[in-house]
Design a protein. Structure first.
Length: 95
């Protein structure tokens, strides 16, 4: 599954995903996948998720190492055997 987020950040900040499975860190920020940055404020990560239903959130690791979790309800995702792509609400982009 490819996760894509378009969001500008400050120097030293990193976006991460955390969720309800080991592949998403089991809600533990230090074990959660880090999104990779590219020009234009586009962050993305490829996560191998088996078919199933998942809950997750995005979080920002600030330059001082603290975490700011995305507000609101957990995001939900259903992965089919075909895989897919999930655009994370701040602006979907094609990559």
């Amino acid at each position: 599954m490819k996760f894509v987020l378009k969001h500008h950040s400050r120097l030293g900040e990193v976006w991460k995903l955390s969720g309800s499975t080991a592949e998403l860190g089991n809600w533990m920020p230090e074990l959660s996948p880090t999104l990779s940055w590219r020009e234009g404020g586009v962050w993305s990560a490829e996560v191998a998720l088996p078919p199933g239903h998942y809950s997750f959130k995005c979080m920002l690791r600030t330059a001082d190492g603290s975490y700011i979790w995305e507000g609101g309800d957990n995001r939900t995702l259903t992965v089919s055997s075909m895989g897919g792509r999930s655009c994370l609400g701040w602006g979907c982009v094609t990559v």
